[in-house]
Design a protein around this ligand. Structure first.
Ligand code: FES
Length: 107
């Protein structure tokens, strides 16, 4: 269903995929962390915009946080919590994923 291989994502980087999440087509941010991956809906809790700066391109701050390009919210990558900007304390919606045989899939 995904076709996304972990090796396609730079370690520490991000990819955007279109997945069915609970039956709904969604844009999903996949973050690679070494041999593992985490994923969230590509919907900022501030104003509901997608986070990327250009299609499929996400910005990481010098602090190692994911930046929402719309109004500058920043999210830590362990739990997707907003740690700076207009929605501080809110969270991205997690999508459960696993890496199996090198492929990133929803759990
Ligand atoms: S929509 Fe992300 S900071 Fe406003």
């Amino acid at each position: 269903m995904t076709g996304l291989r972990l090796e396609q994502i730079e370690d520490g980087g991000f990819a955007e995929v279109q997945w069915l999440v609970e039956g709904v087509p969604e844009s999903v941010i996949v973050h690679r962390d070494g041999d593992t991956a985490r994923a969230w809906l590509n919907i900022c809790p501030h104003a509901g915009r997608s986070l990327e700066v250009a299609p499929g391109h996400f910005v990481k701050t010098r602090d190692g946080h994911l930046l929402c390009a719309a109004h500058g919210a920043t999210f830590e990558l362990a739990h997707g919590e907003c740690v700076g900007g207009p929605c501080r304390g809110q969270h991205l919606v997690a999508v459960a994923v696993e890496v199996r045989d090198g492929e990133v899939r929803q759990r």
